[in-house]
Write a protein that binds this ligand. Structure first.
Ligand code: ADP
Ligand code: MG
Ligand code: MG
Length: 203
């Protein structure tokens, strides 16, 4: 995968976030402050514009620029968290012009670890990590059809769905305590989109 692949991926994420923004904001209205969709729409609109204006030449530089845009344009918790994910993943990829699925998987796992460290959170806390961790762990493990992105997409989607039964221990939803149970976590739902679009772009 080269820089052009990563540019297509982030453009697809921006389109998916735009399409799903109302849904993500509704999820956040139930257990947060009703801004997750608008936060990410603002962030990924800026990402798409910055990448369009001056497309970087390596996968690592594409992700680093995208991460910086998210950090500087999204006020909510998700901006620094997703920004850290992309910046750290990009840093791991270094200045390679092409990266393999296995290399992207290893880099994403480092990026996800940086999110956990910044958020002081772990899987089971009902956050984006409940989709990011299983998704990154499964990246590169081919599914039954031989697709190296299919298992990651399925694992992240399953992780996001499983947040419905969890009680939030981090972020705004944790203020609700037991009342957070029975609702999907908005950040886990947007994280599942990252893996779904990756699988689509790779096809
Ligand atoms: P805010 O909560 O500041 O309004 P958003 O609504 O954009 O920000 O994002 C909320 C999402 O951020 C949550 O659904 C959750 O997935 C994620 N999140 C919040 N706090 C943490 C944390 N400490 N660790 C990991 N993810 C978190
Ligand atoms: Mg919010
Ligand atoms: Mg907010």
């Amino acid at each position: 995968m080269d820089a052009a692949f990563f540019l297509r991926w982030l453009a697809a994420v921006a389109a998916a976030v735009d399409r799903e923004a109302d849904h993500l904001t509704e999820l956040d209205a139930a257990i947060g402050d009703a801004d997750h969709g608008s936060n990410l729409r603002r962030g990924f609109t800026a990402v798409a514009a910055a990448l369009d204006a001056d497309p970087p030449g390596t996968p690592g530089a594409v992700l680093a620029l995208a991460g910086r845009q998210l950090i500087s344009t999204v006020g909510g918790a998700s901006g620094p968290l997703y920004g850290t994910l992309l910046r750290r993943t990009g840093k791991e990829l270094g200045d390679a012009r092409r990266v393999s699925v296995a290399e992207l998987g290893a880099a994403l796992r480092a990026g996800v670890a940086a999110v956990a460290q910044l958020g002081g959170s772990a899987p089971g806390d009902k956050t984006m990590l409940d989709a990011l961790v299983p998704g990154a762990d499964a990246l590169g493990a081919p599914d039954a059809a031989g697709d190296p992105f299919g298992a990651a997409r399925a694992a992240a989607g399953e992780g996001a769905r499983a947040t419905e039964a969890l009680r939030a221990r981090k972020g705004r939803a944790s203020y609700l305590g037991e009342r957070s149970v029975g609702h999907l976590d908005p950040g886990a739902s947007s994280s599942a989109l990252l893996f779904a679009t990756l699988a689509e772009v790779a096809r």
